[in-house]
Design a protein around this ligand. Structure first.
Ligand SMILES: [Zn+2]
Length: 309
């Protein structure tokens, strides 16, 4: 299909707006800070002005992805854990009306999964599962060439799979979720718990803990070991349920691959149902922080062609 598409990735911290050309490449990428906006109406005014500054005559449709629960195809934010003022907002409808273009809306991890499947590490597979490891854990499932959404659009919330009964508390209110072990916020929290009182600063970041682990610090290495083990258990459960053999790991924390990939493999293999043993591959994503923009722009394109729902 001729024409250009826009992909908007609304994260809790960063907002990325990308113009995607006819060859499916991001030709213009603009960053905004989510913290500068205090309501959806404020942000909408800014998005409209950024879109109008792009070559609007050639734009066919816009895709917008957000962290949290998105009811599709309505495009209403049903649960926004990071940006509370997005809760209940009819994002798809209000953006479409403001720019007078077709709009598709989806969850951010679904958009990243779609991007990696179409253009990145998942290209060519009929089924993949993608896990995005950032401050939280997101997930997306491509099952037999269709994005699997579940009955109410909330399918793929792999971060809230229980990997440790009565385990650490999760931000969602449950205990023992994957996100409570294998996310950026969990790395900092577990590290603080395991260090003797008073020896560390409360604000220590996952990047600093990564550097300490690379330098050989035992506590930091153990945090990444637990991170990988819980990820391996989660993936073994997904393999046993879906019989999907290819798993993509993306997001900021995936850069610590060298620290968690061995414990992941060691926890994965013994927990697989016998016929799956030796057949599962887990590998990093290829599109970096453009995956969400590319994925949701492609969703908008496929929506115009009636190839997504
Ligand atoms: Zn949870």
């Amino acid at each position: 299909m001729e024409g250009q598409f826009i992909g908007i990735d609304l994260g809790g911290t960063n907002i990325r707006i990308g113009l995607v050309d006819e060859r499916d490449a991001v030709c213009d990428l603009i960053y905004l800070s989510a913290r500068e906006y205090s309501s959806w109406d404020d942000l909408l005014i800014k998005l409209v002005s950024v879109i109008k500054d792009m070559e609007v005559d050639r734009i066919k449709a816009v895709g917008i992805a957000a962290a949290g629960g998105v009811s599709t195809p309505k495009g209403v934010m049903s649960y926004s854990p990071h940006v509370r003022w997005m809760d209940g907002q009819p994002i798809r409808e209000s953006l479409a009306k403001a720019i007078n273009l077709p709009v598709w809306m989806d969850n951010d991890a679904n958009a990243i999964t779609y991007g990696e499947w179409m253009y990145g590490a998942g290209k060519g597979f009929s089924s993949i599962i993608c896990l995005t490891l950032g401050s939280g854990v997101g997930g997306g499932i491509i099952l037999n060439r269709v994005l699997y959404r579940g009955e109410d659009g909330l399918g793929g919330e792999i971060g809230h799979m229980c990997v440790q009964p009565n385990g650490r508390p999760c931000r969602c209110g449950k205990r023992g979720c994957l996100e409570a072990y294998s996310s950026g916020s969990a790395i900092s929290a577990i590290y603080r718990e395991r260090r003797p009182n008073g020896q560390i600063d409360d604000q220590i970041s996952p990047v600093e803990i990564y550097e300490r682990a690379i330098a050989g610090e035992r506590v930091a290495l153990d945090v990444f070991k637990a991170f990988g083990e819980h990820l391996g258990i989660a993936i073994s459960n997904l393999v046993n349920v879906f019989s999907i053999h290819h798993y993509i790991i993306t997001g900021g924390v995936s850069h610590a691959w060298e620290l968690f990939s061995s414990p992941l493999e060691e926890a994965l293999e013994p927990n697989l149902f016998n016929p799956h043993k030796g057949r599962v591959e887990v590998f990093p994503g290829r599109l970096g922080d453009k995956a969400g923009v590319l994925g949701v722009a492609r969703m908008a394109k496929d929506y115009l062609r009636s190839e997504i729902r």
